[in-house]
Write a protein that binds this ligand. Structure first.
Ligand code: NAD
Length: 339
């Protein structure tokens, strides 16, 4: 049985911890957080140890897998340390703040010979998986035009680091990367990115909280993506997907399918306030559980994980191209940021 240490017991760390409860092939043996009460609370779900720093997990020789659920600016550092201690790494998205960091993470995990996967969970949401299958079966003909929306409460209201671009990357890098990664899986590489962004409500912001991003794919598909962090704490989180093809249309709107929306910052609550639509599925079909199990399966059977480091780097490159496009007010090719 694989022994897991979770670093970061906030929103997504709590979701991951709940998933491990129903994963028989792994056992959480330690949880770390700089707020030790948070680590203690999650650790108590498993009778596990808790620590006030992630390094204490990495130092433990019995731990096989490190699950990195800390803010984005810490992903690279913890991944490098975990790799040098020969731990397999599941790291939350976005993989890193910069391409340089992402490359270091890929190299370090390759050199160490450990399994490394970035948790691009949208691929495992049933509606999106279904949309992908529908496209691949040719049921809507040749895909041509895509529209997506992803938005809700600004996470910086409850967690300051989200509002600091040097720590989270901002709405495009932190949140829109879900749609970017999914669309790249559907349609392949992106040729050019053009984006605009604005600040709607938060006068203290220097980075846009509402972004419009156009992706032109090499296969001719054009996608228009919206990232919206302009909501207040009780704004429901909504995602939408529309794909028009030569012979049909795929439409999804989470606000029409999520049976209940509850938003809270209370960590003890059943809901975590994490900025993705929470799946009503609480079984093995839960996208987070599936994602973690696929990663663990790759570790156990020494297979390639379903999402490679290079794929995650490409998604990061597209997000960074969009941010650069806003700053330079011109279209940007992902190669410009990936070189
Ligand atoms: N895949 C998804 O659906 C999804 C959803 C939300 C967040 N995320 C990503 O997960 C990451 C964490 O986001 P979150 O919403 O859980 O943030 P959060 O602020 O809710 O939780 C982060 C936790 O890390 C702890 N922490 C900070 N520094 C630490 C350190 N040096 N060592 C140990 N613990 C430390 C904090 O105390 C906090 O409890 C981000 O990269 C975010 O983009 C992914």
């Amino acid at each position: 049985m694989l022994k897991v240490g979770i670093i970061g017991a906030g929103g997504i760390g709590t979701i991951h911890a709940k998933c491990y409860k129903s994963i028989p092939e792994a056992k959480v043996v330690a949880v770390a957080d700089i707020i030790p009460e948070r680590a203690k609370e999650l650790a108590s779900m498993f009778n596990a140890e808790y620590y006030d720093h992630g390094d204490k997990i990495i130092e433990r020789p019995d731990i096989d897998v490190v699950d990195i659920c800390v803010p984005t600016y810490l992903h690279c550092d913890y991944t490098l340390k975990a790799a040098s201690a020969k731990k397999h790494v599941l790291c939350e998205k976005p993989m890193a703040l910069s391409i340089e960091e992402g490359r270091k993470m890929i190299e370090a995990t390759n050199v160490a010979g450990v399994t490394f996967m970035v948790a691009h969970v949208l691929r495992y949401f049933p509606e999106y998986e279904n949309a992908y299958g529908t496209i691949k079966k040719g049921l809507i003909g040749l895909p041509k035009i895509v529209r997506t929306y992803r938005g809700g409460p600004n996470p910086a209201v409850t967690r300051e680091w989200y509002g600091i671009a040097e720590k989270s990357g901002g709405a495009i890098q932190d949140m829109l990367i879900h749609d970017i990664d999914f669309l790249k899986m559907c349609f392949g590489p992106v040729k050019e990115v053009y984006a605009k962004g604005n600040i709607l409500k938060r006068k203290d912001y220097k980075d846009p909280e509402y972004d419009l991003v156009i992706l032109e794919f090499y296969n001719g598909v054009i996608a228009h993506l919206v990232a919206d962090w302009s909501g207040s704490e009780d704004t429901p989180f909504v995602t939408k997907l529309e794909i028009a093809g030569t012979e049909g249309l795929i439409e999804y709107d989470s606000s029409k399918s999520v049976p209940l929306n509850v938003r809270t910052t209370n960590i003890k609550s059943e809901k975590s306030g994490v900025a993705v639509p929470e799946s009503p599925l609480d079984t093995d079909s839960n996208p987070y559980t599936r994602e973690i199990r696929l990663f663990l399966n790759a570790v156990e059977f020494k297979k390639e994980p379903p999402i490679s480091g290079n794929e995650a780097l490409e998604s990061l490159g597209i997000a960074l191209a969009a941010i650069k496009s806003i700053k330079l007010d011109r279209p940007v090719k992902p190669e410009e940021v990936l070189k």
